[in-house]
Design a protein around this ligand. Structure first.
Ligand code: COA
Length: 188
């Protein structure tokens, strides 16, 4: 699977499955989002090469899925504009469920990259991993993410009040899910 899409800036970017050369760029993005301090419940950037490479090996060994958006004209680590990961849950009886995480570089947000990454990841997780349902969570304050998830058909199934505390501020966690066949019926 490889798609080329044109952004509103006129830039041509590639959407495809992860390969090992993307790892550096993905963690660079992740650490920038950690530094933003308002989107994900992680307090410290990941610097360990071992941890970065172990994450990639887990994706491969567990047959998990990660879709990346690449600007081929940029040099590493800036060429990875965004990523969407769908990982497995720990329970045998939840093998049909994938857990979604998505990040887009700050200056490339609101250009449709998040939508295309999530759309591609949902379709590929059904095609390759036979997933039927996608779950995710985010801070209740993350208006852009919640808007996008709802636009794609995710429904809020619960709230964990004051689940996270960062910089002495509490955040509620919103839980959302999506049945893939419903998504495909609405997005043929
Ligand atoms: C959430 C995220 C992945 C979305 O990716 P993206 O590329 O910006 O998403 P898109 O451009 O496809 O869609 C964003 C939508 O939100 C809308 N939006 C932007 N700010 C908004 C706000 N404050 N409230 C509501 N909607 C908003 C945009 O207009 C756009 O909608 P439209 O396409 O219907 O006009 C990205 O913004 C991001 O990485 N954020 C920081 C990390 C993060 O929050 N990750 C998710 C953690 S659960």
């Amino acid at each position: 699977m490889k798609k080329v899409i044109i952004l509103k800036t006129g830039e041509k970017i590639t959407i495809r499955h992860i390969d090992e050369s993307d790892v550096h760029g993905i963690w660079n993005n992740f650490n920038q989002v950690v530094d933003e301090g308002i989107y994900i419940p992680v307090l410290f950037p990941v610097r360990s090469e071992f941890e970065k490479n172990s994450w990639f090996k887990t994706i491969k060994n567990e047959n998990e899925l990660c879709i990346v958006a690449i600007q081929p004209n940029f040099k590493s680590p800036y060429e990875v504009l965004g990523m969407c990961e769908i990982s497995n849950l720990e329970w045998d009886a939840a093998a049909h469920v994938g857990s979604l995480g998505v990040i887009v570089q700050k200056k490339y947000r609101d250009m449709g990259i998040g939508f295309i990454l999530i759309d591609t990841a949902i379709r590929e997780s059904k095609r390759i991993n036979h997933k039927e349902k996608i779950v995710l969570s985010c801070f209740s304050t993350n208006e852009r993410a919640i808007y996008l998830y709802k636009k794609m058909g995710f429904q809020i199934t619960g709230t964990r009040k004051r689940q996270f505390c960062m910089d002495s501020k509490y955040y509620d966690e919103i839980i959302m899910d999506l049945w893939i066949d419903d998504y495909l019926a609405n997005h043929p």
